[in-house]
Write a protein that binds this ligand. Sequence first.
Ligand SMILES: [Ca+2]
Length: 306
Amino acid sequence: MAPKSFLTACLLAFTLQIFFSHTVSFSVSLLSNSNESSSMEGLIKLEVGCVNHPEDVSIVVRVRFIQLLEMGLLKVSEEGVKVIVPNVSFANDVIEASDGTLYFTVSSTKYTPADFYKDMAEGNPYGQLLKYDPKSNQTTVLQEGIYFANGIALSKDEDFVVIPMQKILAEGQSQWNINPFAENLPGEPDNINLVPDGSFWIALIKMNQTDVTAIQNCSENWELLDAYPGLISLLLPMGSDGGARVVKVDGIDGKIIGDFNDPNATYISFVTSAVEFEGNLHLASLQSYFIGKLPLDAPNPELATI
Ligand SMILES: [Ca+2]
């Protein structure tokens, strides 16, 4: 079959897959509304116009903080910007332990952030968890083979780290002990942040797994997405289609104990990070020009299960 006709056939098959998958699975669409979720009504917009599509938000309680860019792992402080780990093309999130050790994720060792959709289309685990030792200035890979490694958090007692759907026992173990964590979330996990009581807030991204699987099964999926870039928004809806959802999970096995949902992006869309501080939840969004601040003392913000 000629490449162009094959591409057309692939697009047709993919379109049919989307049609039928939407027909039969609409009721289980990710980030769908739930009677057990709390609304984001009451969200306050901070720093409107002063931020540009922030992917993460930090409450700076120390003078310094760490930030990631495509060029590597960077440290940003009042003294300026210092490259700590160079040659990391797709670092995503980082957490600093009390002894200065850094744990960070690389989403893909094969693709750049601009080509993130190719990683999605290929569907292979190119993500990594890495550790940087400030005493030796050495970086080691703790785990490979992670599907699009995204957020990372360190536990309250610093005895394990959490990456999407895995809990990994840290120092004091002769071998890294990997356990399932927060499986079956109602969305794809992005950034994870520790709550002072030992639980975690996880920002969820809407992604239609059925459509993702359909395009992964197309052998020329890159060409398909390059020819029809609008398909990317079907795989990863943004704007009002993307909605916003954050869940709070316990620190034991990741059971959901709190949930805020804005399925139609009425107040904010595409939230990628949620940080709890002094009774408020601070939300970062790749689709907004502000930081969301959600008071947690509103009536009935918690739920038991989904
Ligand atoms: Ca992230």
